[in-house]
Design a protein around this ligand. Structure first.
Ligand SMILES: *Cc1c(COP(=O)(O)O)cnc(C)c1O
Length: 382
């Protein structure tokens, strides 16, 4: 074929076949992927309206219901990362001028504020120092003062390593006639969590933290109370891609094309959720707890201090104070370069003050704890 116009070679670049180091991902995510999930990802894609794929979507929904302990009909995997599912919760229930109360005690609380304000919410904040959690009393007072339509709060603050207790919040929110929206990104699959029992109306998560899958398909669930608010909106959500009234026509009975689902990501999250069900939630939560305690004990032996009070410490993500005189970034760099271990530094208020160590999903294993502790000891003493 003769090209009608000259083609420039200056766009050509030299590349090599991908050959990446075998990292052990012990930071705040992504975490390493279970081998069974990796092999599911490489299954050839079928069409997004193929009957076999539609059946698989139903399985993803049912497996998610188990992982989250919910009867919610509207439980799906959003096509996108955790932030997409996060945005989906707010986009669907927030109407302009709605008062949204956000409990901010870390980086992701701030993101909720930012997103809610983009949908025109009248955002009110309550705050806590990074590493602390709210008491039920404090939240009750704020509900009384602000009378919000939605209370949004992060269960597992990945930026601080603190776990917000959620028991009793659902009842409070019903008392004040407001919806309870919870970020469960770093808790799903690793920390006790009961959507229905705790009266959570909207929740989202991601695939690459507690579920041991690559990023790209993100759990989302919405209670009948939240669906009522969506149905009674004056105007449709300002976000077409994440509009649940459209998406449920694809995930529900009608199977109307909305967007092309990332087929292989759904294979991946299905296998990751099958692994959750096979292991059993109670066993999985216990495994995360046991390995986190092993890590905490080892850190104490190295004379390192955890930033969060043990009562609120997350098993999936531990923040460790960087000792005076130690270059935190240099330590992380050395762990990566010499031991292939990734950990992370702090964000925001905790920038430069802590390391963040994740033991999530497939990565929450004894051998990873031992590997990290011994590498950390060598690096700190070098
Ligand atoms: C990672 C994370 C998110 C965002 O998820 P992405 O997959 O990075 O988009 C939101 N909330 C919390 C608590 C997180 O840890």
């Amino acid at each position: 074929m003769v090209a009608p116009l000259p083609i420039s070679d200056r766009y050509k670049i030299e590349t090599t076949q991908l050959d990446l180091p075998p990292r052990v991902l012990l930071g705040p995510g992504p975490a390493n992927v279970h081998p069974r999930v990796l092999s599911a990802l490489s299954i050839p894609p079928v069409g997004h309206l193929d009957p076999t794929f539609l059946a698989l979507m139903d399985e993803v929904r049912d497996l998610l219901r188990y992982a989250w302990q919910t009867d919610n009909e509207l439980t799906i995997a959003v096509s996108g990362t955790g932030s997409a599912a996060m945005e989906a919760t707010l986009a669907n229930v927030v109407e302009p001028e709605d008062i949204v109360l956000v409990g901010v005690k870390g980086y992701f609380g701030h993101r909720l504020v930012e997103m809610a304000s983009r949908y025109g919410a009248d955002v009110r904040k309550i705050t806590k120092p990074w590493g602390e959690v709210f008491s039920l009393e404090e939240i009750k007072t704020a509900l009384e003062t602000h009378r919000p339509k939605v209370l949004a709060i992060v269960h597992a603050e990945t930026s601080t390593g603190a776990c917000q207790p959620l028991e009793g919040l659902g009842e409070l929110c019903r008392q004040y006639d407001c919806l309870l929206l919870v970020d469960t990104v770093t808790s799903l699959g690793g920390v006790p969590l009961y959507i229905d029992e705790w009266g959570i109306d909207l929740a989202y998560s991601c695939s690459q933290k507690g579920l041991g899958c690559p990023p790209g398909a993100s759990p989302f669930t919405m209670s009948p109370r939240a669906i009522d608010k969506l149905k009674n909106r004056a105007k449709p959500p300002a976000n077409w891609y994440l509009d649940m009234s459209l998406l449920t026509k694809y995930w529900g009975e009608e199977r109307v094309y909305h967007h092309t689902a990332p087929i292989n990501m759904n294979y991946g999250i299905r296998e990751a959720l099958r692994l959750v069900a096979e292991e059993g939630l109670a066993q999985r939560w216990q495994r995360h707890r046991t390995n986190a305690e092993l890590l905490w004990a080892g850190l104490a032996e190295l004379k390192l201090t955890c930033h969060v009070d043990k009562n609120y410490r997350l098993p999936t993500l531990t923040t460790v104070r960087i000792p005076d005189g130690v270059d935190g970034k240099a330590v992380s760099r050395q762990l990566l370069n010499e031991y292939n271990i990734e950990i992370a530094g702090g964000l925001g208020e905790l920038g430069g003050k802590v390391w963040r160590i994740g033991l999530m999903g497939y990565n929450s294993r004894r051998e990873n704890v031992i590997l990290l502790l011994s590498a950390l000891e060598k690096v700190l003493n070098s």
